[in-house]
Design a protein around this ligand. Structure first.
Ligand SMILES: [Zn+2]
Length: 109
């Protein structure tokens, strides 16, 4: 079993990046989100304050707007936008993980 099959993703071919004619195992947005997790260790040096928490939430907005306006039939996104908003979301998730990890450590001290 391919471990990527465990990741929830619609895997629609039209929303997936193709390399040399072969589709990636995840859609463009999920690929960008998970790829940005590689940056997670870099956020060790990010300030742990409410601005960081707010920024982590703010970075989810482009993906939400892109996804929801598409879902509501207002417009059609494209894979470039999905990758950009996915990277921003992934960076925001990294910031959120670091912030929450820091807060949990502070509480347990
Ligand atoms: Zn996906």
């Amino acid at each position: 079993m391919n471990f990527l099959s465990l990741i929830p993703c619609h895997r629609r071919p039209d929303r997936t990046i193709h390399i040399k004619g072969k589709p990636m195992p995840l859609c463009a947005r999920c690929t960008a989100i998970y790829a940005s997790y590689i940056l997670l260790p870099l956020f060790y040096f990010a300030p742990k304050n409410l601005f960081t928490l707010g920024l982590s939430i703010f970075l989810q907005l482009p993906m939400l707007i892109d996804g929801l306006t598409q879902r509501w039939g207002l417009r059609e996104s494209n894979n470039v936008l999905r990758v950009i908003t996915g990277i921003l979301s992934g960076i925001g998730q990294c910031l959120f993980i670091w912030f929450m990890s820091y807060m949990i450590i502070q509480i347990l001290k």
